[in-house]
Design a protein around this ligand. Structure first.
Ligand code: AMP
Ligand code: GLY
Length: 424
């Protein structure tokens, strides 16, 4: 079978790497892909917002299965367009992707079905939102309704910052239409974890727990990014909590989506806040996490193509996952300046030396080839991911490989995984 992956990040490289290992898969294509993905797949230079062009490509190449990485394509209805063309594709429909694409929809769904999450209020009018801020306890969390490339969530420490956040979203329209409604939410404390599962709309098959590191600097300081590193498993999600999350969050959410006439199929990613033995939903994503996909897919021994096909055919109950018991750690190497402005085009050195560290895979996120050289081409550049017998050894392996890679303004966090070591 031939597989087409949509996207160009570390997540997509890890997906391509996982599919390429399957004896059922004869070829992997990735649109648009990146320089590293080319080791396991053929990059396709197509405008991925042009669904008709992607459908044409899939038909001409005889693609048996398409897998979508980023949320924006799902929210734009790529799954609906492929299905309408009679093509097999993995991911939620446009209506189901609203779980990530509209925070208002998500919060209202969770409230209606009593799924644990922060208390909230929704506003369309700036003056009403301002009035609501008067009697808040701070900090509060202010969220643009729609997709905002991870930047639409602002944690306001006091009233002044909250007013500034409303101005940014509602008056200056920093996120365009995504900010036509805002959610003002109770600030939750605790430890965050990612709970990512396959679902066919009936069965929920969870991957092991994982934890992202969203802030740019060590000690979770500085602005949020797409994710600066991840590890799996996350000890904060004990077996008891995992059962709680399945019973109180994952299954109820899948049932709620079906009851609302938006049957959900694909990856369901719950961003959780864990506090005193209780898990609450911070957000849902309708796709694999990035960087979480990198350590998770390194631990997945099962054939990914079989799982994904079982989702599409609604026979996920027949699948059990074979997971490597060893932990995995991914350290993201980024361009200096990210998540604000940064330079591109720096030559990356040391990848061959890094690949010699046992148990390490270097997944590419923002790279391209230029005159035969491998150069940086994005904020997050590489995801250096390692498996080892225990977490400390996996961290050590990942950082040993990181130490062999360089380019002029390369930046990475030095404390990925430390939280899990401390919690033991
Ligand atoms: P999101 O874009 O919805 O994933 O939110 C980004 C980040 O904002 C989350 O990973 C949390 O760190 C933080 N966050 C979102 N909602 C809350 C909340 N209600 N309380 C505390 N932190 C939050
Ligand atoms: N790592 C966070 C995300 O994928 O949204």
């Amino acid at each position: 079978m031939k597989i087409l992956i949509i996207g160009s990040g570390g997540r997509e490289h890890a997906l391509a790497w996982s599919f390429a290992r399957s004896p059922r898969v004869s070829a992997v294509y990735c649109a648009p892909g990146n320089a590293g993905i080319e080791a396991v797949a053929t990059s396709i230079d197509l405008d991925t917002t042009d669904h008709a062009a992607l459908v044409d490509f899939a038909r001409q190449e005889g693609i048996g299965l398409t897998v979508v990485g980023p949320e924006a394509h799902l929210s734009r209805g790529i799954v609906d367009d492929f299905r309408a063309a009679g093509l097999r594709i993995f991911g939620p429909s446009r209506q189901a992707a609203a779980l990530e694409g509209s925070k208002v929809f998500m919060k209202e769904l969770l409230a209606k079905y009593r799924i644990p999450s922060a208390s909230y209020a929704v506003f369309r009018q700036r003056d009403q939102a301002l009035a609501h801020l008067d009697d808040r306890r701070y900090p509060v969390v202010i969220k643009a309704d729609g997709l905002a490339a991870g930047k639409g969530v602002i944690i306001a420490a006091d009233h002044t910052e909250a007013v500034a956040a409303l101005d940014l979203i509602m008056s200056r329209k920093a996120f365009g239409e995504a900010g036509s409604q805002v959610v003002i939410e109770e600030f939750l404390t605790g430890e965050e974890a990612s709970f990512i599962a396959f679902t066919d709309g009936k069965t929920v098959l969870p991957l092991p727990s994982s934890q992202d590191h969203k802030a740019i600097h060590d000690g979770d300081r500085g602005p949020n990014t797409g994710g600066m590193g991840a590890y799996s498993p996350a000890p904060v999600l004990t077996p008891e909590l995992e059962n709680q999350v399945m019973d109180k969050i994952m299954y109820p959410t899948v049932a709620a989506m079906a009851a609302e006439g938006r049957p959900y199929q694909g990856m369901l990613y719950a961003g959780l806040m864990i506090d005193q033995g209780e898990a609450r939903v911070l957000e849902f994503n309708c796709r694999f996490g990035d960087p979480e996909a990198q350590p998770l897919l390194m631990r997945l021994r099962s054939d990914l193509s079989e799982i994904v096909e079982a989702v599409i055919d609604q026979r996920l109950d027949e699948i059990t996952l074979d997971i490597d018991p060893r932990p995995a750690v991914c350290v993201v190497m980024a361009a200096g300046g990210y998540p604000d402005s940064y330079a591109s085009g720096h030559e990356i050195k040391g990848l061959d030396e890094a690949a010699e560290v046992a148990g390490v895979e270097v997944f590419h996120a923002g790279t391209r080839r230029e005159d035969g050289r491998l150069v940086t081409a994005g904020g997050r550049v590489l995801g250096v991911t390692a498996l080892a017998d225990d977490l400390a050894a996996a961290i050590d392996r990942a950082y040993r490989a990181v130490g062999r890679i360089s380019w002029p303004d390369c930046y990475y966090r030095r404390d990925i995984g430390q939280k899990a070591l401390r919690s033991r």
